[in-house]
Design a protein around this ligand. Structure first.
Ligand code: 87F
Length: 687
């Protein structure tokens, strides 16, 4: 009997019927037991009819991959076998497999749809159909298989089934769906977590929602239950500390000293200089009670400290020998604004430094005004990689209590709004007259001092976020990033210790090179999660280190701002400080090129309005008249309102008359009123 069924090249084996299957099993001395039942179309029906029979019901799938390979998969009825996982297990990708065409199945396996079964492999003499076996099948005692028809089911021992396969000369591949499913599940969980963690609003589609997400998810800000006040988390405060470190060092070189004055100010002192306080009065916050008792006289919380410091200046300055007096303080101030608050950019309490200096002459004061402005520009440009335009404020926009105001102005490219970044005022002798700050000059003559005041706030951090952040989160310029390089080890089980050890060594080496490096050793997050996390946090360089890198003695570096990948031999880690510097410079260069493209010259009203509505800044020849400026503000607001859409509303105002500008020609006219132009001025909608 045996001989009849052996696969001889001359006489090919065919199994078309139940009887042929049973005859073959019999010839192989394989015990079996067949039950008959109504036609079964689904696994569910199969389970129902075989409910009383011991043995595992097997489901069979005839499939094809995208390279036209055909397969028969036999799996335990309870094993989940989605095509997505199957494709991955076969190495053709999640979308690489689908159901095979029934005609092809009939041709290859001589079996009709609904009755497909592994006995039919005996009919595939050319091995055109590869056989796949679910790992779970191998651990059950016996299998329930259709003997070529779906009106009967045959029970045979699993071991005997394997014997059958050997007999027909069939190899098979075992697939582990369970393990792959676990992997898949983990990845889905990570993806989900990353989604929650990641930025959900594109910067271009809604800047303000994007901004809130970036600063909260990026670990900078926590919201607080007093409107306009926010918690600065270490990730933001560390940037402030970098700014402090640089600017504090710079002003000390100019002979400025730090001091601290009280945060409270009496009403009398506050209103000593009327011009100064007039426009600002509504923003002053007052303390009126202690417990339930009204204070005898309410006291104000400093919105700025001129009126707090200058009474002391008056006491301390007696002779020309007491000058110059150069004081600075790092502190908080409170301005109870009613415009919509935005973390960093407009808050009711903020941190700043305020410098207050007194000189014997106007000339000395004027020099310092510009020195400080240059230092402010350097904080923005050299630390924060934010380009600024230096200039002088118009009479309407200057600090009312002062003589003239110089400013650095920047711009938020996404919405086209200008933003004042820092101001350096020459106060002239206004305050010295009001606060009685005078000295005896060399000739014993009474002279009022010339004063300056200057301030830079935590707004700077917000401007930096607005410039450089992207749809993946913060992008920190290396010089202010608390962590400049984050090392993410990618260990596998085999090389865990070696990968971790070497990663730590890398961090140590980077620290020795003066790099602020850190390692993410958390074992409850996958490398993929960590990549997203540190992208969100804006760390300038990510260093990945895994078993392959261990072997080839290299590291992979990914640059946050432009996603560039660099592979560096372990022996060349000393190039990293240079890479960080290049990133810093490139971020600034790109930003500078962008702002330069967005400052547009206009000489007529129509050009002016067109560019304003294109979200640009506009440089125009100007007459410097207050009335002209006021009309432009009003008219641009009115004409803006005629346009549809949010971003097209809002008045234009003067930002500054840039110091760097082409000289005005005698015949040049004001773009708006047609009077003779005297300076070029920069206009824009602004924060
Ligand atoms: C709000 C309420 C009260 C601005 C205020 O720019 C007073 C003021 O004086 C106020 N908002 N200012 C002008 C501040 C001028 C000046 N002070 C020193 C600075 C830099 C630092």
């Amino acid at each position: 009997m045996n001989i009849i069924f052996r696969r001889l090249s001359m006489e090919k084996l065919h199994l078309r019927t139940r009887q042929e299957v049973e005859a073959l099993l019999g010839s192989l001395s394989i015990p079996f037991n067949t039950i008959e039942h109504p036609e079964i179309k689904t696994v569910k029906e199969g389970l129902e009819v075989c409910a009383g029979v011991s043995g595992a019901f097997v489901k069979n799938l005839y499939i094809k991959d995208k390279k036209d390979n055909y397969y028969l998969l036999s799996a335990l009825h309870s094993t989940e076998t989605p095509y997505k996982i199957l494709g991955k297990l076969l190495g053709v990708g999640a979308s690489g497999v689908r159901a095979g065409p029934p005609e092809k199945m009939q041709e290859q396996l001589l079996v009709v749809p609904g009755a497909v079964n592994p006995f039919s492999l005996a009919n595939d003499h050319g091995n055109a159909v590869k056989f796949l076996v679910d790992k779970n099948i191998l651990s059950v005692e016996s299998l329930l298989l259709h003997p070529m028809i779906n009106t009967a089911t045959t029970k045979i021992a699993t071991a005997d089934f394997l014997k059958f396969l050997t007999h027909i000369g069939r190899e098979y591949k075992v697939l582990d769906f369970t393990e792959e499913k676990e992997e898949e599940k983990k990845k889905e969980e990570v993806a989900e977590e990353v989604n929650i963690l990641g930025i959900s609003v594109p910067k271009e589609s809604n800047l303000s929602d994007w901004y809130s997400e970036v600063i909260t998810k990026g670990g900078m800000i926590e919201y607080y239950d007093v409107s306009g006040c926010y918690i600065l988390r270490p990730w933001a405060y560390m940037i402030w500390e970098e700014i402090q470190k640089k600017f504090d060092g710079d002003i000390k070189k100019l002979g400025v000293r730090n001091s601290y004055f009280p945060m409270f100010v009496s009403e009398k002192a506050l209103s000593t200089e009327k011009n100064h306080i007039e426009g600002f009065a509504p923003e002053v916050a007052w303390v009126t009670k202690s417990g339930n008792t009204d204070l005898e006289k309410p006291i104000a919380i400093r919105p700025t400290s001129e009126t707090i410091m200058y009474p002391a200046f008056s006491k301390w300055i007696r002779s020309h020998r007491d000058l110059p007096l150069k004081l600075n303080q790092w502190c908080n101030v409170v301005r109870w604004e009613f415009k919509h608050p935005t973390p960093f950019l407009r808050t009711r309490e903020f941190l700043w430094q305020e410098g207050h200096t007194a000189f014997a002459t106007y000339e000395e004061a004027a020099v310092e005004v510009r020195q400080i402005l240059d230092l402010y520009a350097s904080v923005y440009e050299d630390l924060l990689a934010v380009p600024v335009i230096k200039g002088q404020k118009s009479e309407l926009e200057k600090f009312a209590g002062g003589f003239y105001t110089t400013t650095i102005e920047s711009f938020i490219p996404t919405n086209g709004k200008a933003i004042q970044c820092a101001t350096s005022h020459c106060l002239g002798q206004n305050f010295s007259n009001m606060f009685d700050i005078w000295f005896e000059d060399l000739k014993g003559k009474k002279q009022y001092v010339w004063q300056n005041s200057w301030g830079l706030t935590t707004r700077s951090i917000g401007v930096m976020v607005m410039w450089h952040g992207d749809d993946k989160g913060l992008v920190l310029p290396p010089r202010v990033a608390a962590t400049q390089v984050i090392v993410v080890p990618i260990p596998n089980k085999k090389d865990l210790n070696q990968v971790m050890e070497k990663s730590r060594e890398i961090v140590d080496e980077l620290k020795k090179l003066g790099v602020r490096a850190d390692i993410d050793e958390r074992d409850n997050y996958h490398p993929g999660w960590k990549f997203n996390h540190w992208e969100l946090m804006g760390v300038p360089l990510r260093l990945e280190f895994g078993p392959k890198d261990l072997q080839s003695k290299q590291v992979k570096l990914v640059t946050r701002y432009n996603k560039t990948v660099t592979v560096l031999p372990l022996t060349e880690l000393s190039k990293i400080p240079e890479m960080l510097e290049d990133i810093q410079k490139e971020m600034f260069r790109n930003a500078k090129a962008l702002i330069e493209k967005r400052v547009i010259k206009a000489t007529t009203w129509d050009e002016f309005m067109k560019e304003l509505n294109q979200k640009n800044l506009i440089l125009t020849p100007w007459c410097q008249q207050n009335s002209c400026e006021e009309t432009v503000k009003k008219r641009s607001a009115e004409e803006s309102k005629l346009e549809e859409g949010d971003h097209l509303t809002g008045a234009a105002k003067t930002l500054c008359m840039p110091f760097e500008q082409e000289p005005i020609l005698p015949e040049e006219k004001c773009f708006h009123c047609g009077l003779a132009a005297t300076r070029r001025v920069l206009w824009g909608r602004s924060y």
